[in-house]
Ligand binder design. Structure first.
Ligand code: AKB
Length: 313
């Protein structure tokens, strides 16, 4: 049976690159991109695109029937910083969109789901270094609470109804094609833009705030690898820890200075500092490595080279 993919939230930071990659792998005719708005971009213009509200069950069900969808990638969500400003809507969007796709899989209308979780599932009581797959989880952000709860529901639907749902706890993601929207790790993208535009950057986190991060190409590859893995290999049906690199704003600034010696950074922590302080500094992803062969490729130096090279163009 042909794999037919629906991406919900295809125009966001991850969705954009994921859609492009999936189209190249599965063919434009087998990948349906959707988002709440029709923008004038490659995702809308270079393939099949539908306007969809992730909170509208009937709309999603209709698309699934129309295109005979087998796999859904649910990428629509409010991220950590934005969610703190609108907790009720964040909870509604992050939870109910998930229930919609889980229920569509339970009703056997789709075969497979990818749903992103996050390092935000951890909290201030979690051991911060090399954070284990199974550990204390007391998230203090609305986003983190929604992701932790979502993980429990994914596992429940798998255990009770056999739903084939697969998930990764993304760290902060860094790419040059799309800007992030509303996260605590967004500084790690913005810093490259400002370094090239202004030669300086004012960071909203303190210089020694170490967080887990990953270059987008690695994250997209992980997403596709877990979805293509044999069902039996995916032993964790809540969500997998996933690690790439960990660094502080000061360390990334030093790396940028190797290419742009005049670059300067100043620090003005805002409300996002508290969120960052509640998250791990580094992640133990040995379960993902053992179960489905995960290995990251990009380090801070190779990522910085690619980021600056492409943003300069
Ligand atoms: C955020 O900062 O909210 C996200 C995340 C780590 O999930 N990038």
């Amino acid at each position: 049976m042909t794999t037919k993919i629906l991406i919900i939230g295809a125009c966001g930071q991850i969705g954009t690159e994921l859609t492009t990659k999936l189209r190249s792998l599965y063919g434009n005719e087998n990948v349906i991109a959707s988002d709440i708005r029709k923008l004038n971009n490659d995702i809308v213009n270079n393939g099949i695109f539908e306007v969809v509200n992730a909170l509208d069950y009937n709309q999603i069900e209709h698309l699934i029937e129309q295109y005979q969808i087998t796999d859904v990638y649910l990428m629509a969500a409010l991220l950590s910083a934005t969610a703190e400003k609108n907790p009720a809507f964040a909870w509604d969007l992050n939870m109910n969109s998930l229930f919609h796709v889980l229920n569509l899989a339970k009703a056997k209308k789709i075969k497979k789901i990818f749903w992103p979780s996050s390092i935000a599932v951890f909290g201030p009581t979690t051991p911060r270094e090399n954070t284990a797959q199974y550990t204390i989880m007391e998230p203090t952000t609305v986003y983190g609470i929604s992701k932790q709860t979502g993980e429990r529901w994914c596992d429940y639907y798998h255990q009770q109804y056999g739903v084939d749902v697969r998930s990764i706890r993304y760290p902060g993601l860094i790419s040059w094609t799309t800007e992030p929207g509303g996260g605590t790790t967004d500084y790690a993208v913005d810093i490259y833009h400002k370094a090239l535009e202004n030669g300086s950057y004012e960071c909203f986190l303190s210089e020694d705030t170490k967080l887990p991060m990953m270059y987008m190409d690695d994250a997209i590859r992980a997403t596709i690898e877990i979805m293509q893995a044999d069902a039996d290999a995916v032993t964790i049906r809540s969500s997998y820890n996933l690690a790439g690199i960990s660094f502080t704003p000061k360390e990334i600034a030093e790396e940028i200075k190797k290419h742009l010696p005049d670059f300067t950074i100043t620090y003005k922590p805002d409300f996002r500092q508290k969120i960052a302080d509640s998250w791990p500094a580094s992640i133990d992803d040995s379960a993902a490595r053992a179960d489905w062969g995960w290995a990251h490729r990009f380090e801070m130096d190779s990522m910085t080279e690619v980021m600056l090279e492409n943003l300069k163009k």
